[in-house]
Design a protein around this ligand. Structure first.
Ligand code: PLP
Length: 436
């Protein structure tokens, strides 16, 4: 490079920008990731992250299982394995799913690197650029990221306290098809929804299955929280009543530990074959060491007893959050009341914007995730996700008090200067009840 000509490599932030595939445009850091740095400072009460609280795990039992695995079965555990996953673990996964009414054969199961990879593999197998995926409004940020990366168009469908609204789902399917577009599947989180905190009622489960069967539309049922309910037995999975029309995803991340990165998909036979091929091209095989460690934990430990302990711990935290919200939040603020899982979805009074308010909240030492992270189209600015899974009940109470003070101040500001955007992001797909 001559001394006179400027070296473009030194004047650009990213020298490779002209060379990336078109799909990388859809790959952006999630709003949650951008928050991690500030939210993890000790003085900030983070109601933002959705990390499971694994402090109560029996580390001596896990440590013993891992040690024995290396010493007694190291030559298998540290070797490549099957693309579909370890047969013993797949058998145990069928026992886990029986708790939700699913009768599956180990051959139907594909082990994945967390259920996140299962979302990716299903999308890779089904979706071409421009295909439509129907999602709830709001929806899981990690799945939206996958759909964007594969250049899918996301169409959101309104929810209320009983989960997705069947009429809105029917209308969305008809409208997308009338526009000449292909819908590849309906992605749903029926239990203790991330981020909405609501569950699909038994009556609506029947309706949703009927609608999708009539429309010949696949359902992608993502269920990492189903066993973490606070009252009664787990709900019956959609897959329990339709083995051909539903692809079911499960995970050990919330009932055991996310660090092993083990989840799974259960799919109709032909789809399962494609998922195994996609898995082999992505990773050759899911990690054998993790699978055998989990298999050993399940067979040597009272894992369901551990799940019950998790339920109690999360229930105490949920109670602390709901009590603090009722005590401190200004009128016209509404929120969901989860029966399990990790999340509350809060809607601010009209005229407030959760994203614009975030820097002031962080200055007041509390963090949350603005609702816009959970929509593909900019909606949700009046909403936020609050997680109660990780902080102690005392910290949750303190965090909600700090947040309520920020909202009160914001309301006063808006009363003086007027709203930023009146009613922004509250109603999706109106008419229909909002999340309250
Ligand atoms: C709805 C939902 N699906 C999938 C995942 C991914 O879980 P994992 O890959 O750890 O199994 C999460 C994690 O938070 C989630 O909330």
């Amino acid at each position: 490079m001559s001394a006179e000509l400027p070296d473009v490599r030194q004047t650009r932030l990213d020298n490779y920008v002209d060379r990336y595939a078109a799909r990388t445009k859809g790959m952006t850091a999630s709003e949650i990731r951008a928050l991690f740095a500030v939210a993890s400072r000790p003085e900030v009460v983070s109601l933002a992250g959705g990390m499971p609280n694994i402090g109560g795990l029996p580390l001596d039992v896990v440590g013993g299982a891992v040690r024995d695995l290396v010493i007694d079965h190291g030559s298998v555990a540290m070797q490549y394995g099957s693309g579909q996953g370890d047969p013993t673990l797949r058998n145990q996964i069928c026992d886990v799913m029986r708790l939700e009414g699913i009768d599956a054969h180990p051959d139907d199961v594909v082990v994945t690197v967390g259920s996140q990879q299962a979302v990716d593999l299903v999308t890779r197998v089904f979706c071409d650029p421009g295909d439509v995926v129907i999602c709830e409004a709001p929806s899981y940020v990690g799945a939206l990221g996958v759909f964007r990366a594969y250049q899918c168009e996301v169409v959101h469908v309104a929810m209320d306290d009983d989960g997705v609204q069947p009429e809105a789902l029917e209308q969305a399917i008809a409208a997308v098809r009338a526009a000449g577009k292909k819908i590849k599947f309906f992605y749903t989180i029926p239990n203790f929804h991330n981020p909405a905190g609501v569950s699909l009622s038994a009556e609506r489960r029947r309706r949703v299955l009927e609608i999708c069967q009539q429309a010949d539309l696949l359902i992608l049922e993502d269920n990492p929280y189903g066993l973490l309910g606070f009252d009664g037995e787990p709900q019956r999975a959609l897959r329990a009543d339709d083995r051909e029309g539903v692809i079911y995803l499960g995970s050990f991340s919330k009932t055991f530990a996310p660090g092993f990165r083990v989840g799974w998909a259960v799919a109709p036979h032909a789809v399962r074959e494609k998922l195994v091929l996609a898995q082999e091209s992505a990773t050759l095989c899911p990690p054998v060491f993790s699978q055998l460690a989990i298999s050993s934990y399940l067979s040597r430990h009272d894992w369901l007893g551990q799940v019950k302990q998790f339920q109690e711990m999360y229930r105490e935290r949920r109670d602390a959050m709901l009590a603090a919200l009722a005590d401190k939040m200004p009128a016209a603020t509404t929120w969901t009341r989860p029966g399990g899982g990790f999340y509350v979805w809060l809607t601010l009074p009209d005229g407030l914007d959760a994203k614009a308010m975030l820097p002031r909240a962080v200055t007041a030492r509390v963090a949350y995730v603005p609702g816009t992270a959970f929509f593909s189209d900019g909606f949700g600015s009046q909403c936020m996700r609050l997680s109660y899974c990780h902080p102690t009940p005392e910290r949750i109470t303190e965090g909600v008090a700090r947040l309520a003070a920020v909202i009160h101040e914001e309301l006063e500001l808006r009363q003086t200067f007027g709203p930023l955007k009146p009613g922004s992001g509250r109603d999706y797909d109106a008419p229909g009840p909002e999340l309250s």
